[in-house]
Design a protein around this ligand. Sequence first.
Ligand code: 13P
Length: 256
Amino acid sequence: MRKPIIAGNWKMNLGRVEEALEFVRQIRSPLYEVENVDRVICPPFTVLAALAEVIQANKIGLGAQNIHWEESGAHTGDISGPMIAALCQYVIIGHSERRAIGGAGESDEAIHKKVQAALNHGLTPIICVGENLTQKEAGETQAFVSGQVRAALTGLDQDQISTCVLAYEPIWAIGTGQAATAVDANSIIGLTIRGTIAETFGESAAQQVRVQYGGSVNVGNIAEYMSMPEIDGALVGGASLKPEFVELVKQASLTS
Ligand code: 13P
């Protein structure tokens, strides 16, 4: 049995200490009480230290939104594994918004190095994959997503893979209100993502790894995703910035 995991990706929001603390003080008690679901918040770097002080890490996980694969050095603006591991348990890697940045985004190779770095420092990586609209319309989703999964996980052993979390986030569904149907997301996650992992790393790794869906998830549609056998939770953007995030996590716990 895979334990569901709901993660809130705050992106570049609520990054001032006062506003982050105010929001977290509203949501933490009800989130502590939810059972059977891992819940994680991934705020901007600027507030990680402040939030680490006010949440119980065994009840709400804290995650960063990026990591550099080197431990230290001349990397202006980057944050390393040891720095993150001092505050967090999770790190989002390879979000499409980082893969894309002005044509100078992260390559599959960089993402792979980041996954290795996260695991080396005891962090759980939340590895994002997903196709854009052009690829979807050209029928390239399976091949593209499968390639991303292979590239991110290459060289890892079965135990390492089973501790990873993957997030299937079709780019066309992010922030658009046009969520993938639960049936489609379930199929890509089962056939393409778990299928690729099974082929390359074995069935047991494929069955153990947790895979989320992300893209316009909200309190109204979370139950449908959670009712699908291959979907183990959600990576939530916009809806994680509002008190409704608590309701969303509760719904996930009821339907999982
Ligand atoms: P939205 O939930 O706002 O569509 O964002 C999804 C996302 O990108 C989470 O990482």
